[in-house]
Design a protein around this ligand. Structure first.
Ligand SMILES: Nc1nc2c(c(=O)[nH]1)N(C=O)[C@@H](CNc1ccc(C(=O)N[C@@H](CCC(=O)O)C(=O)O)cc1)CN2
Ligand SMILES: Nc1ncnc2c1ncn2[C@@H]1O[C@H](COP(=O)(O)OP(=O)(O)OP(=O)(O)O)[C@@H](O)[C@H]1O
Length: 183
């Protein structure tokens, strides 16, 4: 099986080529909105480069009465922290070309984690940036609903799975939501 490093490079290049044409935010599927409870905290992200844009998902969550949060990253080594954020609040430049909330925003525990993907497979295994930022977040918040967000073309037959990998429970693409029953 192809290793994660090679697969990551290949998928990033394919996504970059694809996203030159695709630029619309992913629409919020009804099945996603139905599962959100008012008062829950939904961690979203600010898309960079050719990543699928979760803005409509975050907007639907806010509309439903959810609080929003964004990941805050210092470098590859440090774990991400989720900081409270409201749509429209100013963002600052962070590492990796990211836009993030102010460092002094309060840290919150997410109930839902919208996760940017490099790749995914039908079993909802996930390939990320390889810095373990989301691996560690999933380990810290095991009860949060793990929802990947991607373009449908980022699906591959099989993402190599390591023992520490925690699979997603749902993936949302421009074609809708795939999720595992009971999850
Ligand atoms: N939009 C977004 N926010 C995010 C992530 C993400 O993947 N996307 N993260 C996910 O963990 C965390 C930040 N961690 C990151 C860790 C490594 C790289 C990284 O290696 N970037 C490559 C370029 C990737 C590309 O070409 O697509 C680089 O800087 O060389 C990026 C983010 C939290 N916030
Ligand atoms: N819970 C964890 N705590 C600390 N390190 C971890 C954890 N999970 C994975 N790692 C380490 O992180 C490295 C990267 O893992 P991997 O390549 O699976 O990342 P990924 O699938 O791209 O996901 P991510 O989006 O989280 O970066 C591995 O070397 C692994 O040992």
């Amino acid at each position: 099986m192809i290793d994660k490093l090679a697969l990551r490079a290949q998928l990033r290049a394919e996504r970059d080529a694809f996203a030159i044409e695709a630029s619309e935010a992913i629409l919020a599927p009804e099945a996603f909105v139905d599962r959100l409870a008012a008062g829950a905290t939904v961690a979203t992200y600010v898309a960079i480069g050719s990543e699928a844009d979760p803005t409509q998902l975050a907007a639907a969550a806010a509309e439903k009465g959810c609080a929003l949060a964004l990941p805050f990253v210092v470098d590859r080594a440090a774990p991400i922290r989720f900081l409270a954020w409201r749509m429209g609040e100013p963002l600052a430049d962070g590492p990796f070309g990211l836009r993030q909330p102010r460092a002094d925003s309060p840290e919150v525990a997410p109930d839902v984690i919208l996760t940017p993907l490099v790749g995914f497979d039908a079993r909802l295994n996930r390939l990320g940036q390889g810095a373990a930022h989301y691996d560690r977040a999933f380990a810290r918040y095991p009860d949060a609903w793990r929802v990947g967000v991607a373009w449908a073309m980022q699906e591959v037959p099989a993402v190599p799975s390591d023992i520490w990998d925690v699979p997603l429970q749902a993936v949302i693409t421009e074609k809708g939501m795939t999720w595992h029953a009971g999850a």
